[in-house]
Design a protein around this ligand. Structure first.
Ligand code: C2E
Ligand code: CA
Ligand code: CA
Ligand code: CA
Length: 279
């Protein structure tokens, strides 16, 4: 037993070492990526359930690494958050998304909104509000075109502070949405107090629709509650026709998912959704 304990210990430290080497590589790589313009944004359309019209685009960050290829956020967002690099990365994402939306509006006319993800770590940065304000001023984007997505769990880390910052954003005129809704155990009191326009139901409640009774009940309940509070309901991760028809029946306001499109490059998004009649 002693022998085995020792082996386990060695295995454990080896695994830890591998992990920390990987993290260090990612951290160093991210600094390089910021300095050498290796980050990219992909855009995924949000579709109005009633009309089928594309009303919004969610900006999702990718890392075009010279050797690793296109790297997805699940491989680097954690490291970015832990090292604080999410602050400059988030500022880059915000600027890029605002510039892109501005270009689309100038070339092609009215545009619904562009949604940008903001993580909990960014909310701890006292400059977040100024960064958003300055970026809107510098890019000339109408604040009402920008939507910030904040996860429910980020809000619950420090609800009072978040509430204050959200009120500042509200004053600026940007739209606010709670992301991954249903996963963060937030009290309903907060939902009523937050100056938000929409909730985004998490994909975990969509995967087993329309077969799973629990998922159905939750989606129904969240939608009814949100509508009662005059909030718009967005559903992410819609992949199948059966999910689509259930969500349409429930009168969820807008939908996002592979069923409509995967996140695509700005050029592709423009071709597929703007040139062909984005409203
Ligand atoms: P999220 O904000 O919940 O974004 C939705 C994720 O689900 C995206 O993954 C999207 O590509 C994926 N998705 C969309 N439709 C479907 C579908 O029908 N089926 C399935 N299986 N997946 C779908 P992605 O782009 O890999 O992003 C993962 C997460 O990384 C995001 O989750 C978000 O939390 C974070 N993230 C992405 N971009 C940014 C960013 O610019 N800033 C921050 N702070 N976080 C970001
Ligand atoms: Ca999101
Ligand atoms: Ca989400
Ligand atoms: Ca999610």
């Amino acid at each position: 037993a002693k022998e085995r304990g020792k082996n386990n210990f060695q295995f454990y430290t080896l695994e830890m070492t591998e992990k920390s080497i990987e993290r260090m590589k990612v951290e160093r790589g991210l600094r390089h990526a910021l300095a050498h313009d290796e980050l990219r944004l992909h855009y995924q359309p949000q579709i109005c359930t009633g009309s089928g019209v594309v009303i919004s685009a969610e900006a999702l960050v990718r890392w075009q690494h010279p050797e690793w290829g296109l790297v997805y956020p699940d491989r680097f967002i954690n490291v970015a958050e832990e090292t604080g690099l999410i602050v400059p990365i988030g500022a880059w994402v915000l600027r890029e998304a605002c510039l892109q939306a501005k270009t689309w509006i100038e070339n092609d006319g009215p545009f619904g909104s562009v949604a940008v993800n903001v993580s909990a770590r960014q909310f701890l940065d006292t400059n977040l509000f100024q960064t958003v304000k300055r970026t809107l001023a510098e890019t000339g984007l109408n604040p009402s075109v920008l939507e910030l997505e904040i996860t429910e769990s980020a809000i619950m880390q420090d609800p009072e502070n978040t509430l204050q910052v959200l009120h500042q954003f509200q004053g600026l005129g940007v739209r606010l949405s709670i992301d991954d809704f249903g996963t963060g155990y937030s009290s309903l009191t907060y939902l009523r107090r937050f100056p938000i326009q929409s909730v985004k139901i998490d994909r975990s409640f969509v995967i087993d629709l329309p077969c799973d009774e629990g998922s159905k009940t939750l989606v129904r309940a969240i939608t009814a509650l949100a509508h009662e509070l005059k909030l718009s309901v967005v559903v992410e991760g819609v992949e199948t026709r059966d999910q689509l028809s259930f969500l349409t029946e429930q009168k969820c306001d807008s939908l996002q998912g592979y069923m409509f499109s995967r996140p695509v490059s700005a050029e592709q998004f423009q071709q597929d959704f703007i040139n062909s009649g984005f409203k």
